[in-house]
Design a protein around this ligand. Structure first.
Ligand code: LLP
Length: 422
């Protein structure tokens, strides 16, 4: 369910015509729907009703401060993976007491920042990291609240590049040694061992890997408690998959997910933390782009648009599928063609959609690449010295440019000429 639909033949984001935004700020741009992300957040939070649960939005999916603030106002906390994301979450108004810090390579300065702002919890991914946190916290005379992120060695059954819960992945502490590491952490001067965390991968459609991983976490909690230690929090990660095309996977699946949580770890008497990213914002965003040329090759037709792999890298990087629809609703008898939708970047891999059946577009037409609210703008770059893509937030009949396009003069202004080249 989202709030992008045709009204009188034009594609709207809520009550704003996509074409009106394009006329005002040019293309390409991301447009996010407040109503959609609000609904998704609420569906997720509602499914957990009755549980002692904190939903921490995974900023990596969309770290725009206005997006985070929208969710923070609904009560969301934040899951961050860098000092940069931590700073963004705080700027958005998320209290430090609702921020979780995940990630395999936290530096000393990032750990110090997290402790200085009074972060709720650092999810520790290795013994060397645990030792670093202990050292830094001890020097500051504080106890760092931590959870051990566990690698449960469970295959999430998703794309290899976004699978995180197998032993060959770099993430987490191997589950077989976790209780020993927890016992050690509990004795450290600078550590307050609060609990465990797990995240097995992203874009999961099959719920069974969640069940297996959470069962394993339940077993671990029991084992640690048997050692006489306390476990007061359990972070169950993110990873809930969303539909990118026609596959039926309604948000109603969230209820199945919540049932699995209750069945596997619901009785542990801990505080639960969740880190959803994609399911909150994925379907809440589109990438709007204009057709520059339609190029008829002898074997293929190419629709060349003004958005490219630097704006949305998911198709290039993961072979991901995104629906692409015209901003002007096509007539029912409009001619369809099979085409590759490609950007202007000088790489064959610069593809937004391959072999796609679409209504024949014309130069100047506005298109919307759907389901682009998660891992879209955050993974954008200025490759080929293309402008950093703009982002727009829509709320009802109003919209605001929440990140203006960053153009070439601003980019060059960041660079510096050595005096020998003056
Ligand atoms: N928590 C942790 C520790 C994570 O590593 C991730 C995602 C999440 C939560 C949020 O997962 P979600 O609910 O969004 O699935 N760039 C890729 C996705 C990378 C996901 C990385 N970790 C893509 O475009 O598909």
């Amino acid at each position: 369910m989202d709030y992008f639909e045709y009204k009188n033949g034009d594609l709207y984001a809520e009550d704003v015509k996509l074409g009106d935004i394009a006329d005002e700020i040019g293309t390409p741009f991301y447009a996010y729907s407040t109503a959609t992300m609000t609904r998704h957040y609420q569906v997720f939070a509602d499914a957990l009703r009755g549980m002692n649960a904190l939903v921490c939005f995974a900023l990596k999916a969309n770290s725009n401060v206005a997006v985070m603030r929208t969710l923070a106002r609904l009560g969301a906390g934040a899951d961050v993976v860098s000092g940069g994301e931590l700073t963004r979450a705080l700027k958005a108004g998320v209290p430090a007491a609702k921020i979780i810090f995940s990630g395999v390579g936290k530096t000393d300065s990032e750990i110090a920042l997290a402790l200085d702002v009074g972060i709720r919890q650092i999810n520790v991914e290795s013994v060397p990291e645990l030792e670093a946190i202990d050292r830094i916290a001890t020097a500051k005379g504080v106890k760092a609240p931590i959870a051990l992120r566990i690698n449960p060695d469970i295959d999430a059954g998703t794309h290899a590049k976004i699978t995180t819960g197998k032993l060959e992945n770099k993430f987490g502490i191997e589950w077989t040694v976790a209780h020993e590491v927890y016992a050690r952490a509990s004795k450290m001067d600078g550590i307050n061992a609060k609990g465990l965390a797990v995240h097995i991968g992203s874009q999961l459609h099959d719920m069974e890997p969640f069940r297996k991983a959470y069962e394993r976490m339940g077993d671990l909690v029991a084992m640690i408690r048997k050692d006489g230690l306390t476990v007061e929090t359990l972070d169950l990660g993110g990873g809930f998959g969303i539909p990118y095309g026609d596959e039926a996977h309604p948000i109603a699946g969230v209820e199945d997910y919540a049932r699995i949580v209750r069945e596997t770890v619901g009785d542990l008497g801990v505080e639960y933390i969740f880190e959803p990213g994609r399911m909150i914002v994925g379907n809440a965003g589109v990438l709007a782009t204009k057709v520059i040329y339609v190029k008829e090759g002898s074997t293929k037709t190419f629709v060349i648009v003004d958005a490219a792999m630097n704006d949305l890298i998911r198709p290039t990087l993961y072979g991901a599928h995104h629906e692409i629809v015209p901003a002007r609703e096509p007539a029912s008898d409009a001619e369809s063609i099979e085409a590759d939708v490609v950007g202007p970047v000088c790489e064959t891999g610069d593809v937004l959609a391959k072999g796609k059946t679409i209504v024949r577009p014309r130069a100047g037409d506005l298109l919307a690449v759907r389901t682009a609210g998660a891992y879209g703008a955050v993974q954008s770059s200025t490759y080929n010295s293309r402008a950093l893509v703009a982002e727009v937030l829509v709320d009802g009949d109003r919209f605001h440019v929440i990140r203006p396009r960053v153009g070439i003069e601003q980019m060059i202004a960041l660079e510096s000429m050595p005096n020998w080249l003056d």
